[in-house]
Design a protein around this ligand. Sequence first.
Ligand SMILES: Cc1ncc(COP(=O)(O)O)c(C=O)c1O
Length: 405
Amino acid sequence: MSISQVAKTISESATLALNAKAAILRAKGDPVIHLGGGEPKSKVPVDAILATAGLLNSAEIRYTPVDGTPEMKKAIIRYTEEHYDRSVEPENVIASGGAKQAIMVALQAVVSPQEEVIFPVPYWVSYPEMVKLCQGIPVPAAAEDGTFYPRLQDIEEKVGSYTKAIIINSPNNPCGAMYSEEFIADIVDFCEKRDLYLIMDDIYHRLIYDSLKPINCYKYAHDLSENSKLIVINGVSKQYAMTGYRVGWAVANKKLIEVMTNIQGHQTSGPSVLLQKGAVGAINGIQSGVENLRLTLENNRNIMIDRLNSFEGVKVTKPEGTFYCFPDFSAYNKDSTKLAEFLIDKVQVVTVPGVEFGMEGHLRLSFCGTIKEIQEGIERIKWALDLNSPSELYIGDRKLVRDWI
Ligand SMILES: Cc1ncc(COP(=O)(O)O)c(C=O)c1O
């Protein structure tokens, strides 16, 4: 089949593919435990439901302005004031089909063919593919010491004359690391000095633990004029458990927002009015659901880390945010794809191979499911890998016998 040069370079989203695989196994009746997921299980906030249903009942579901309804923009402006202590105007804001589209149109607006975009390792699976869709070059930057915490120097070493932008995602998918305030301050300052776009993917900024406080990148910007190249991304998917609403946004300088709007106008014409209505309901509504979710996730994290620490060879770094942890399983298998396949085949536990996030030997495990799923999932993984465990395991009334030693 004849397909475009760009399309040939794009691989399938590993995480979405695993979701599909888990759904097929479940439909067959297999007792699958999905530790690969990327969405909280809590209910959509009632304010969002009422707002969505109210509009739906009117039977008037129309096009909206490409960059978002006036009330959606107002809600984003209010959110930015409340969480970033920053006043922006409607022209500084675009609502998109999820944070994903907001990042994509931002990259399309700034990246020309062969220009480079840098992001720390491990990275969200979509960053390299999004950059490639712009015919740009993705440039992962690993921390020299092999940790999840790059220094400015690790990023700086990758910067060259083709560098156009840097993407920072903190707390980070897949490892849950929250970069230090000092690192954020340094990177903001560095991008200003080097005249680089800085895309701050803050989609998990309220889902952080151990009494940590969200870090506000604007605090460290010297230039907050319309020349600023700082782009802040957020959305309702994670904090309000509204992944299916597909509403996210970007806040940036007016010229850039205008360009992003032009691009989005020819792609999707912007997010659905119905779903923007729901997003506004969530942002302006009662916020206790966010704190409840945060507390639930913190407890889930503690349980998962506790269980993982009982593995002899597994190296775990405690996540400070998100709902993922990213243990190093290389003592068991250095090939994370093979390991993830082995775990699905042998004990029906879905994990995501670390290689998809730029770090081989690791697996991404989500703790956004139930405590039972976390406990049983880790128990099954341990049974499959730790040869000191008994040779039999019961999954419901099904007896598994370990025959791979
Ligand atoms: C780091 C990161 N950025 C952006 C997104 C996209 O979120 P949305 O559902 O708003 O498109 C995700 C979703 O998994 C993510 O993990």
